[in-house]
Design a protein around this ligand. Structure first.
Ligand code: KG4
Ligand code: ZN
Length: 347
């Protein structure tokens, strides 16, 4: 089954064609980084407008790269939420119109489920159940994933997402947006131990996180040293990055051990961070856990992960295709399975 996945939840316009939820035939992402860069963050109104312009060319490019026509697509999957509501409305309205015009089945996909499904596009996917650290610009959660359609959130950030902390600290260091990759590059030349930035909730007996304090700690540090020629921006970047990935990996591995699963995975934009991958791998191995990451380009937002998640909804529910689903901006309450936005299952 060939699924066309469409993703517009934030500032990337993406479309992809995926076969049987595992094989990427083509994946095209049109980044809006240059558009939002001067503002130091995503401007929602600009994002929605750019999605409107980019969607058709991005989809056509994906079809062209896969050597397919729209007629050869078996079903559509589109991100319904959570994310920026204006951006989501553009993507869902486009996908619904396409489904109607081509008489193809369509399913709404949860963005968090999509990030986790990036794992199934790799050669060696995890076996259920496993624990996933979902770490992006909008989310930082620990999921206990028990099937393609069921997960339980066992920990979450109480304030900022880890990616948000990377972006805010990058702004303090004048590194531009998005901050994660820029901090990683600067950190390569710095010392991880130079500055002992706080590890919030590290010793707390829960799998919750908190990343707003570290941003303030970095701001205070920079203020205190503003006239000190000794200040190394590289050390600030490396020490900040270490503090964030230290807590993430420690809690992730602890959660996997306590949940008695065999594997730990990391997904979402921050999972592209090389120091994060290295530390998670080392700590997972030390505790006898298998570890999994999507390839770097499938960590950040893309259409392939949406198609992979949508495949399981289309396959399991041949009659589940509906047009009257809504976009939603916020994630559903804790301990719920991936919200299934189809009306017939919401009661
Ligand atoms: O998953 P994603 O593309 O969008 C959301 O769903 O939020 O994640 C984007 C986030 C941004 O905050 C970005 O700074 C961060 O992922 N990011 C990274 C790296 N690459 C992207 N953070 C740390 N290191 C990276 N290499
Ligand atoms: Zn995302």
């Amino acid at each position: 089954m060939i699924v066309l996945g469409i993703e517009t939840s934030c500032d990337d316009t993406a479309a992809a064609l995926v076969e049987d939820g595992t094989k990427v035939l083509a994946s095209v992402v049109s980044s809006q980084d240059a558009l939002h860069g001067p503002f130091g963050g995503v401007v929602p109104e600009l994002a929605s407008r750019r999605h409107l312009d980019a969607l058709v060319p991005v989809m056509n490019e994906a079809l062209k790269r896969a050597g397919l026509s729209l007629a050869e697509v078996d079903g559509l999957a589109v991100t319904a939420g959570p994310g920026l509501i204006g951006s989501l409305l553009v993507g869902t309205a486009f996908a619904k119109g396409l489904a109607l015009a081509t008489a193809k089945p369509i399913v709404p996909v949860d963005h968090l489920s999509a990030h986790i499904h990036a794992l199934f596009l790799e050669r060696d996917p995890p076996e259920f159940p496993f624990v996933a650290l979902l770490v992006s610009g909008g989310h930082t959660d620990l999921h206990l994933v028990s099937s393609h359609t069921k997960t339980e959130i066992i920990g979450r950030t109480r304030d900022d997402a880890a990616g948000e902390a990377f972006d805010k600290v990058a702004k303090l260091l004048d590194l531009g947006y998005p901050g994660g990759p820029a901090i990683q590059r600067l950190a390569e030349k710095g010392s991880r131990e130079a500055i002992p930035f706080p590890r919030a909730l590290a010793k707390h007996d829960s799998f919750d996180f908190s990343f707003s304090g570290i941003k303030t700690a970095v701001a205070n540090y920079l203020k205190g040293y503003s006239r000190d020629s000794e200040l190394s921006r590289e050390d600030v970047a490396a020490s900040f990055q270490e503090a964030v990935v230290d807590v993430l990996t420690q809690k992730g591995v602890d959660a996997a051990v306590r949940s008695r699963v065999k594997g730990i995975a990391a997904v979402g934009g921050v999972a592209a961070n090389l120091r994060f991958r290295e530390l998670l791998e080392a700590r997972a191995q030390a505790r006898g856990l298998r570890f999994y990451f999507p390839s770097i380009e499938l960590c950040t937002d893309n259409g392939a992960m949406v198609a992979a998640a949508g495949y399981h909804l289309l396959k399991d529910n041949p009659d589940g295709s509906v047009l009257d689903f809504d976009a939603y901006s916020r994630k559903k309450a804790l301990k719920e399975p991936f919200p299934d936005p189809r009306p017939e299952s919401s009661g």
